[in-house]
Unconditional design. Structure first.
Length: 387
């Protein structure tokens, strides 16, 4: 009696079972997977957040399909701080980037149409696409002293059903930003084929090299129809507040048509609550303090990781430019899942195996760089000592 699109294999995998068993035992867990900023010990001005949520304007219901104008102006100000001019009229508020993806898929795709997605990357894409009846087709990122798009393979994946290319900027978990020449090449591929670019920028603000020029947002892209997505889950460290946005850019005629369709879709749901919309300017105004604290920890953990790696020879790490994750290259003497289960059962350390993110083979482990520093230091020591 259920839809075929929901026929997922819901049997827990071996690592999930082992993790549940470990937690039930009451033994200590060193968690190198946590990416929830509210659970990692960052300072939070709770009083200011609650004051923002208590705005009396939230008592009035004034529905706007794109979101109230003060909230959209706050998002436009966010991009202005990145050196990008965005008209609030081109912004649509959503409850999360997951909903922004759903709006984009519904705007661009009929059932069984295709969207290209990077590999390796975030595993949630599969579910987001399936519930919208969209087929994902993977294009590879290749590693050679840093990650880059394999454009030859990407172009070979394009068919008459391809509607868009997803670019995660920086990618999760590989941490590579799309370079200027890659954006130019994407425009050359997408514009003449009337394919859109879906740019996921939730980690845009977290560049690890503070001496380098800040990566430029896709929200400035005008050559191909582009939907740029982000939100306060990562940007302000407030995933519980459920506020995100989609920015439409590109050729004026296509952008206008896209916004008309997006407005109808958004008006159908009107999903973003008034208290969150009225609070958004305050949430975004407070993001810098959180970002500074988080980047300080990420850089400290990365330095600790490099220190411990230098004392051994079997494991190395891959280059990372931004985001919250580190990727370890380990001896591929068994599957990544077997390695992860053994680390958990023997040492009480939880890590993500590379296959969670569709890495091309075994020998990859993914660790969260926002883990509290003492836990991170101990977890990496135990992890490296297991090889």
């Amino acid at each position: 009696m259920f839809a075929e699109r929901t026929s997922w294999n819901l049997v827990p995998n071996r690592l999930t079972v082992a993790l549940e068993r470990h937690r039930a035992s009451g033994r200590r867990l060193v968690d190198l997977t946590c990416s929830n900023p509210t659970a990692c010990g960052f300072a939070c001005d709770g009083e200011a957040i609650l004051r923002a949520l208590a705005n009396p304007e939230s008592l009035a219901y004034e529905p706007d399909p794109k979101g109230i104008i003060t909230a959209r102006r706050a998002v436009a100000d966010y991009y202005a701080a990145h050196g990008v001019s965005v008209d609030p009229a081109n912004i649509v508020l959503t409850t999360a980037t997951s909903e922004a993806y759903a709006f984009a898929f519904r705007t661009l795709c009929d059932p069984c149409d295709e969207v290209l997605v990077p590999e390796p990357s975030y595993p949630l894409f599969e579910f987001l696409a399936e519930v919208q009846d969209v087929r994902l087709v993977r294009y590879p990122l290749v590693y050679d002293h840093g990650w880059q798009i394999d454009f030859h393979s990407l172009e070979r994946q394009i068919t008459e059903k391809t509607r868009a290319v997803i670019v995660v900027h920086p990618n999760n978990p590989t941490g590579n930003y799309a370079k200027g020449y890659e954006l130019s090449r994407l425009n050359e591929i997408c514009a003449p084929r009337e394919m859109a670019i879906l740019a996921d920028e939730v980690f845009l603000d977290f560049a690890l090299d503070d001496r380098a020029q800040h990566p430029r947002s896709f929200a400035a892209n005008a050559d191909a129809l582009t939907f740029t997505m982000s939100g306060i889950s990562k940007t302000a460290g407030l995933p519980q507040m459920k506020a995100a946005w989609l920015v439409a850019s590109g050729p004026d005629d296509l952008k206008s048509q896209a916004l008309e369709r997006l407005e109808v879709i958004s008006d159908t749901y009107l999903s973003v609550s008034a208290p969150i919309q009225h609070s958004l300017p305050e949430f975004l105004a407070r993001r810098q303090k959180f970002q500074r604290e988080l980047l300080t920890r990420v850089r400290a953990n990365l330095a600790e990781l490099d220190r411990q790696l230098a004392a051994q020879k079997l494991t190395s790490r891959l280059e990372v430019e931004g985001g919250w994750y580190g990727i370890l290259r380990t001896p591929a003497t068994r599957t990544d899942e077997e390695t992860a289960v053994d680390l958990l059962e023997t040492h009480g350390v939880s890590i993500h195996p590379g296959h969670f993110y569709d890495f091309p083979g075994d020998g990859y482990l993914v660790v969260s760089l926002i883990t509290p520093e003492n836990d991170f230091k101990e977890g990496i020591r135990l992890l490296l000592g297991s090889f």
